[in-house]
Design a protein around this ligand. Structure first.
Ligand SMILES: *Cc1c(COP(=O)(O)O)cnc(C)c1O
Length: 382
């Protein structure tokens, strides 16, 4: 038996998933066959959106969405507390990220966004991230988009399955585009994969052309004439960001289990909540409607008199791998070279210095969670 290791997250694969993939391997299409369209239909139904365009990764979905929403030089408000791909997408599109500090849940602070929008009417968009599966306030985002005319992208890499009142993460009821990731640590997985969801026909059309090299095959849309029956036109500079049928079959099979995944994650989160209640270990938030991509605790390591790195090392020796989500993006050398500075977002920096993501995933057994809780308590409680 393999040595037990408890990461902050991992995939949950069952026999149905395996059979779904094997079925595709025995079929005629490994890529761009019926499974992609089936997966897209299922995503549309789940979210209640009009268009879903699957692509090869969450990063690819952000890249394409950024091209669809932004022009060169556009200023975009975004969060330093995310995976790099969120702001990288803005840079890919030759636009300019502006990092806004975070609120108490480590999500982009919408009050600070409004202060910036009041001062600078050339800001074009907000790229918000539902950090750890806890949604950014939809009312706040739609207020800003209506009052200041900014476009809204919701990065739902963490939040597929989450809700906020009547709004679901990625339902496009308060944003122009939402992006999903199906990396193994996320709500559902297709191994690698992502999706652009929108209610805009124009964005969906552009996204589906860009994912396949910018190629147009519908003759009524050709710019030139040619009687070659196989004639096609490249009308834009696109990419090969297609999702394969193999990946789509896995994603489709996983989506069928999302309610079970969410219930399990929320139950594990509640177990942690109960244990940490009234202790010096502070859960980042408690929210029964979160998708709980991550379970983040905040600890004042100075008060504790221990270094976070030492705690991480000690727990790692027991097989418990903690993570820090996230190093502020504006602290990365690439961004600092561009003139950004993490000191411009002090709350994100303070949050980073206190955060730890602890194991939370479907398949974590109760007795394993108890072992993890005991180990964390013995290292951290004071
Ligand atoms: C995982 C993630 C992405 C990128 O998704 P990939 O599928 O890994 O490319 C983007 N944004 C956030 C917030 C993520 O966590």
């Amino acid at each position: 038996m393999r040595e037990k290791n408890y990461g902050y997250s991992r995939q949950y694969i069952d026999e149905d998933d395996i059979n779904a993939v094997v079925e595709v391997l025995k079929s005629n299409f490994l890529t761009t066959g019926p499974k992609v369209a089936e997966f897209e239909e299922a995503i549309k139904r789940y979210l209640g959106v009009q268009y879903a365009v699957c692509v090869s990764s969450g990063t690819a979905s952000l890249h394409i969405a950024a091209i669809c929403l932004l022009e060169k030089g556009d200023k975009v408000l975004t969060t330093p507390n995310s995976f790099l791909a969120t702001s990288n997408a803005i840079v890919y599109a030759q636009a300019v990220p502006i990092f806004v500090d975070v609120d108490a849940q480590a999500n982009i602070d919408l009050n600070l966004c409004e202060a910036m929008l009041k001062k600078d009417n050339t800001i074009k968009a907000i790229f918000a991230v539902d950090f750890a599966g806890n949604m950014v306030d939809p009312k706040g985002l739609s207020y800003l988009s209506e009052k200041y005319g900014v476009k809204i992208l919701e990065d739902c890499a963490h939040s597929l399955g989450a809700s906020f009142g009547a709004h679901k993460a990625g339902d496009c009821s308060f944003c122009d585009v939402a992006t999903l990731s199906f990396h193994p640590v996320k709500s559902i997985t297709s191994a690698e994969g992502g999706c652009i969801v929108t209610n805009s026909e124009a964005i969906a059309k552009k996204a589906s052309i860009l994912r396949n090299h910018g190629i147009v095959r519908n003759s009524s849309e050709f710019i030139y004439n040619d009687d070659n029956p196989l004639y096609f036109e490249m009308q834009d500079l696109g990419f090969n960001y297609r999702l394969s049928d193999v990946h789509s079959a896995l994603g489709l099979s996983q989506l069928k289990k999302i309610d079970f995944f969410l219930t399990t994650r929320r139950k594990l989160a509640q177990n942690y909540d109960k244990v940490f209640d009234n202790t010096s270990i502070r859960p980042l938030y408690k929210n029964a409607s979160s998708s709980y991509h991550l379970y983040v605790i905040r600890v004042n390591f100075k008060e504790l008199g221990k270094k976070r790195a030492d705690i991480m090392k000690s727990l790692k020796s027991k097989g418990i791998m903690l993570q820090t989500h996230y190093i502020p993006i504006n602290a990365q050398p690439f961004y600092q070279k561009m003139g950004y500075n993490p000191l411009s977002t002090p709350k994100a920096l303070e949050y980073y210095n206190e955060c730890l993501s602890i194991p939370l995933y479907v398949g974590l057994e109760d007795n394993e969670q108890e072992f993890i809780i005991d180990a964390i308590k013995s290292e951290i409680l004071y």
